[in-house]
Design a protein around this ligand. Structure first.
Ligand code: PSU
Ligand code: MN
Length: 299
């Protein structure tokens, strides 16, 4: 891919070339997952945490049809401003390039671009998955995880999803799910889901070793590293149930679906919890960035 299509920021390119640790970040969480001005603050904070961990951050987005790995502060600002920024998933990547769109990338399209750029570690909040309800609505994040060799650090799938169905999907498609200092799959705003992980790990070195083994075995699927939200920010289970039930019912009543659904539910829950879900979301994003930097340094 030439430089007009895939633009890797100089700092990121030199880190990749000299085999130094790099951590990719997605931009949908900035543009559609968090409100202003918290979104920009969190994006900058995640980049700073990755730097403090000795790695180079590469926030990914599509700007005027260019696939970008590593954004300038102006570009971050543009995504965070809340104008008409598209949510670009895998299916939209070619459209975005052909029509010179500017947009934020989801977990799925971020993975795809990170792989093209040669980045091996990616930190996010909660991945997409199988939505509740009859449709079925399955996030493009899942098939992308099933076909891309990359380490994804997250806090499980977003609580709004059908978590047991999402867990089954990952198992069926051979995605290994690790618990980072935990014994069950985290559930985004909550440290517990009652769902199993495949193995517990307690250090970046353990993750690196499993990733290297996957490489040796030529397994080209993601390695999902799940870390729970820090305890003091976890939502109490009563409140979680309240905000979740209400947000889901509201989405059904208003007939929200497709790419609007996830941002709608996140926003509803933030309002209903008077910001508690936002504090949890930011805390887990920062924690995941810190762990991802350590893992990137270990591989
Ligand atoms: N996690 C968050 N906030 C977000 C998302 C994840 O904490 O906004 C975004 C991710 O970009 C993810 C997307 O890829 O939601 C999933 O959307 P969908 O269910 O439409 O595939
Ligand atoms: Mn969907």
């Amino acid at each position: 891919m030439n430089e007009d299509t895939l633009y890797i920021a100089p700092e990121v390119a030199s880190a990749i070339e000299s085999n130094k640790p790099v951590v990719a970040l997605e931009s949908t969480v900035i543009a559609h997952g968090l409100p202003r001005p918290l979104n920009l603050e969190t994006a900058r904070r995640m980049e700073a945490i990755i730097r403090e961990g000795g790695a180079t951050p590469a926030t990914i987005a599509i700007i005027d049809g260019k696939l970008c790995a590593g954004l300038t502060d102006d570009q971050l600002n543009l995504l965070a401003e809340g104008g008409d920024v598209k949510k670009i998933s895998t299916r939209d990547v070619a459209l975005a390039v052909a029509r010179q769109w500017t947009g934020a990338t989801t977990v799925a399209s971020t993975i795809w671009i990170a792989r093209k750029a040669g980045i091996k570690v990616f930190a996010t909040g909660g991945i997409g998955g199988v939505h509740r309800g009859a449709l079925p609505d399955v996030s493009a994040d899942l098939p992308e995880l099933a076909r891309s060799r990359i380490i994804v650090v997250c806090s499980g799938a977003k609580i709004v999803l059908d978590l047991p169905a999402t867990r089954e999907w990952l198992e069926t498609h051979g995605v290994t799910v690790l618990g980072y200092e935990c014994d069950e799959l985290p559930a985004f705003y909550s440290r517990k889901s009652g769902l199993p992980i495949d193995a517990r790990v307690d250090s970046p070195g353990e993750v690196a070793e499993i990733f290297r083994t996957q490489q040796r075995l030529e397994i080209s699927r993601a390695l999902l590293v799940t870390a729970p939200v820090p305890g003091e920010f976890e939502l109490p289970s009563e409140q979680l149930k309240f905000v979740l039930d209400n947000a889901l019912a509201d989405a059904a009543r208003k007939n929200i679906g497709g790419r609007e659904l996830t941002p709608f539910l996140l926003n509803e829950m933030a309002q209903l919890s008077r910001g508690n879900t936002l504090r949890a979301n930011v805390a887990l994003l920062e924690n995941n960035a810190r762990i991802a930097a350590q893992i990137a340094a270990a591989i």
